[in-house]
Design a binder for this molecule. Structure first.
Ligand code: AMP
Ligand code: GLY
Length: 438
């Protein structure tokens, strides 16, 4: 499609500052001119001139297509404002983004569409919330209704902890307005899967599945985070599982949105738990996953810009086919000291260039800032929880994993933390096959 030379190239504005936007920019730049707004200084340093970052309001950037990375601008209507000016946008309007902006609304939509999901109650008062908690067996799951950067979910086997969490959320102490309503869910068990689909309002095309490692510590211990690493393809999970999720969850949800008058053009990302009773939806996100994108995007072959432009135009039927590299990809998130509770900013980062120079290793920058003063080796300091993602590719998961950790070994800063077991062979008893063994 873009073989007609440079004039046929789209200019794509990728909106957002993090690792997901970095990998999006990298893959879109294969066939399009890419400008990231705002991006970050690590992205610029590692892009080798293949794309650029502008510190500008994305609405002021001149482009043919906008691809919005994070959920917050979607929830607050960036896509609506761009569309009102006739722009082509990949990302839902605020009506569709409510799926992620309000877990209570999401659960309502899923229930109306008959999508398998955990039983739940939504509460804005402590009494009924605690009563509902007491009626459920452990584990207890307490979620903020609103956005909390992946950190608003408590999973606990201690009822007192759950009750205290309800109190902290409802009072506004823990998460401000996002916690003024809580969703309490029945606890599910099983391995997890992230299935992202590109939607054009009517049609949905699945991307390769990925698995995100949400807990902070090795062996799935510690608090939930935005994600500490990811792998794609997911060992033990075949394309048939993606088909089941599309049929039972993504397609009915897209239809339910349409019935509500929502013309949903963007990513529907299903967070799935593979329970003994089949796949159940934990949540929908309204954008590409982070860090799932850092493993899925590098495996996506061909003209990604053309696919996203077709979806944005409501014409996925005219999109080029979505094809996958046979390679596996593994990404490891390197986090700042104190993540997720209180990540420490300002630590000097070293070794990013050496990591990126390793064969089959890519480094994607997220929570970084330009160092002031001259002593920083990479000119960067930590400035967020998840600082960089290091992705390795290989002929299989073990090979990709080895490449990712080879990249990680070059990078250092004070207090650097990461998980050592991303994409390690699945421990016995949690094999993903349990869902399909029924
Ligand atoms: P969410 O942001 O809703 O996907 O939740 C974050 C994480 O909390 C999930 O990836 C699961 O690991 C865990 N979780 C969420 N809901 C449940 C549930 N109903 N039962 C068990 N674990 C859950
Ligand atoms: N990896 C989880 C998310 O993107 O929400």
């Amino acid at each position: 499609m873009t073989t007609g030379g440079d004039r046929a190239r789209l200019t794509v504005c990728v909106v957002g500052p993090g690792g997901r936007e970095h990998v999006l920019a990298s893959v879109l730049a294969r066939t399009a001119h890419v400008v990231v707004a705002p991006g970050n200084p690590g992205m610029s340093a590692l892009s080798a001139g293949r794309f650029s970052c502008v510190n500008a309001d994305p609405e002021e950037v001149d482009a043919d297509l906008w691809v919005v990375g994070p959920e917050a601008p979607l929830v607050s209507g960036l896509a609506d404002r761009l569309r009102a000016r006739g722009r082509l946008v990949f990302g839902p309007g605020s009506d569709g983004a409510r799926l992620e902006g309000s877990k209570a609304w999401m659960k309502e939509v899923l229930a109306s569409a008959g999508v398998p999901t955990a039983g739940y109650g939504a509460f804005d008062a402590e009494g009924p919330a605690v009563e509902y908690l007491r009626s459920l067996p452990p584990p207890w799951i307490v979620k903020t209704d609103g956005l909390a950067a992946g950190k608003g979910v408590l999973v606990t086997h201690d009822l007192d902890t759950a009750i205290a969490d309800v109190r902290a959320k409802l009072s506004g102490v823990a998460f401000g307005a996002a916690g003024r309503q809580v969703v309490i869910e029945e606890g599910l068990a099983g391995p997890e899967l992230s299935v992202m689909a590109v939607c054009d309002g009517v049609r949905a095309l699945p991307l390769a599945a990925a698995r995100d490692y949400k807990r902070a510590g090795d062996g799935d211990t510690g608090p939930n985070t935005g994600g500490m690493g990811a792998v794609s393809p997911v060992p033990g999970t075949g394309a048939d599982m993606v088909d089941v999720v599309m049929r039972t969850a993504v397609e009915p949800t897209l239809a339910a949105l349409r019935e509500r008058g929502v013309d949903y053009r963007g990513v529907l990302y299903a967070g799935v738990m593979l329970t003994a009773a089949g796949p159940k939806i934990l949540e929908f996100n309204v954008r590409f996953g982070d860090p799932e994108s850092q493993v899925v995007m590098p495996r996506w072959q061909g003209d990604i810009a053309a696919v996203l432009a077709a979806a944005a135009a409501g014409r996925l039927d005219s999109a080029p086919p979505i094809e996958w590299s046979g390679d596996a990809a593994v990404t490891v998130i390197l986090a700042a000291d104190g993540y997720p509770e209180s990540p420490r900013p300002g630590d000097l980062i070293a070794g990013l260039a050496a990591a990126a120079a390793e064969p089959n290793v890519s480094v994607y920058a997220a929570g970084v800032a330009a160092a002031t003063g001259g002593s920083s080796p990479d000119g960067l300091v930590t400035a967020g929880g998840r600082v960089v993602a290091v992705t390795g590719k290989g002929p299989d998961v073990a090979g990709a994993r080895a490449r990712a950790y080879a990249g990680v070994s070059h990078i250092s800063w004070d207090g650097l933390t990461y998980r050592h077991d991303i994409a390690a062979p699945t421990p016995a008893g949690t094999a993903p096959e349990i869902a399909s063994r029924r």
